[in-house]
Design a protein around this ligand. Sequence first.
Ligand code: SF4
Ligand code: MG
Length: 299
Amino acid sequence: MTTEVKQVKMKDLKALDPRWCTGCGDYTMLVGVRKLMVKDQMQPKDTVYVSGIGCSGRIPHYMNTYGFHTIHGRSVPISTGVALVRPDLNVFVASGDGDSLSIGGNHLLHGISKNIHCVYMMHDNQIYGLTKNQTSPTTRKGLVTATSPGGSIMDPINPIRFALGLGATFVASTAEWLGQHFVDTIEAAKNHKGFSFVHVAQRCPKFNPAAWDFQNSDWINFLDHENGVAGDTKGAPDAKVVKHDPSDLEGAFSHSENVPNVFGIFYQKEKASYDDLMRQAVENTPKKDPSKLLDGFAL
Ligand code: SF4
Ligand code: MG
């Protein structure tokens, strides 16, 4: 899709028919992002979706925007390149829990700390789904999987603490089944300048149906704040709502202790992005005559 759409509608954003298991939360996320694009009239020609490998990796095929379905764990390097040369684009990234925190952990680390301008959605189903049921970095302790027949022996990585610890400038968590909360969270992430890390609780009925078993009961805490997105608790009517100021890093760490049971914006701050700084640095570097680039080197 490279042409301007007069008025963006849901049908303009459809590409190939999605193919996930029945009841997969990836469907809901796909629809949620399309809803946001319609709400904010985001042009498909101004939007690019980048993914790694995994069930979530298929999304670029299903969005009628620009897209890169890259290799395992490498969505951040590709997004960095896009953000560097096309600062005018909306860059969405889809990555699973394994793709993000295992195979792509090194790249995610640098994407966060360099504050690359993109909306990074970590689809967390607490399992490797595409490769059929292996223990992932967020698998709960004790879960029996194909690679942990006696039950996973490790505590899961806390993705919110990972992002906060790296100095992320936007850290949030939501769940795909929460509808408006998901859309509002992604909108806040899109409006943030820099790396917006959004943890998304995602259902995988095929391999990890109990991961989010408590989804509509009082296990959820919503973070609520003045300009926040946690006002809508539909889909979790018994949830608790707790006040939180997203500029409070200590409070963010404290709330993150209860992850994955907490949804909302944990932290937000302003910081220059690598892509902006690098463009400035290139602009300010004196241009050399290409024929003299090797002067001084002994060949
Ligand atoms: Fe969705 Fe799980 Fe099926 Fe993958 S394996 S498509 S995450 S339900
Ligand atoms: Mg996964």
